[in-house]
Ligand binder design. Structure first.
Ligand SMILES: [Zn+2]
Length: 205
């Protein structure tokens, strides 16, 4: 897991980014490459719109998980059982074809005296989703970010997603879902805790 995460630093370098104009010119090249005419009326504003959309779709590069999770957490007297947040919708893009990955993330942890605000988990999923990704890397990054900052007894992350690059091109397998999991701490060392995570996930569907 560490090897995967190392290749994707929390905040990738932002120096030397091209200008807005360079980005728009690149879109014009791709439009011509696809066979269309960037000078026709319907496409005149498209490069600017695409550049703007990319700013939003890839805004995860400008944020670090630590910024969202913070360094201070709520103390919870006595509560030490599993916290599970299910069905966090996300939209990402595969790093191989830059087409959408659409899915749901399920995130659980076993607190060690401290808990996270629930909305923070959703925001961490968004930060990593709004980058070019593989599903495996994204799963590991979410688990590591929570593990590193909160230091709970264990973290479990499951992602189920559909890859548009499989549905729209190549093998064209619509509706197939890819499942990935990452377990840390007691979720990794104790099969019973892992099983309980799976049961809780299924139990409320
Ligand atoms: Zn792909």
């Amino acid at each position: 897991m560490d090897a995967i995460v190392k290749n994707f630093p929390a905040v990738p370098a932002t120096d030397g980014r091209p200008s807005q104009k360079e980005a728009e010119d690149a879109v014009r090249v791709l439009l011509r490459w696809a066979g269309d005419d960037p000078a026709r009326e319907g496409l005149l504003d498209t490069p600017a719109r695409v550049a703007k959309a990319y700013k939003e779709l890839f805004s995860g590069y400008d944020l670090a998980a630590e910024d969202v999770l913070g360094r201070t957490f709520e103390e919870v007297g006595g509560f030490d059982d599993m916290v599970l947040v299910r069905n966090l919708d996300f939209y990402s893009h595969c790093e191989h074809h830059m087409v959408p990955i659409i899915g749901k993330a399920h995130v659980a942890y076993l607190p060690d005296g401290k808990v996270l605000g629930l909305s923070k988990i959703a925001r961490v999923v968004d930060i990593f989703g709004r980058r070019l990704q593989t599903q495996e890397t994204m799963t590991a990054q979410i688990a590591k970010a929570i593990d590193d900052t909160l230091q709970p007894r264990g973290v479990a992350v499951m992602i189920e997603a559909e890859h548009m690059c499989m549905a729209m091109r190549g093998v064209q397998k619509q509706g197939s879902t890819t499942l990935t999991t990452t377990f840390t701490g007691v979720f990794k060392t104790e099969p019973a805790e892992q099983a309980r995570f799976m049961t809780m996930l299924r139990g409320f569907k």
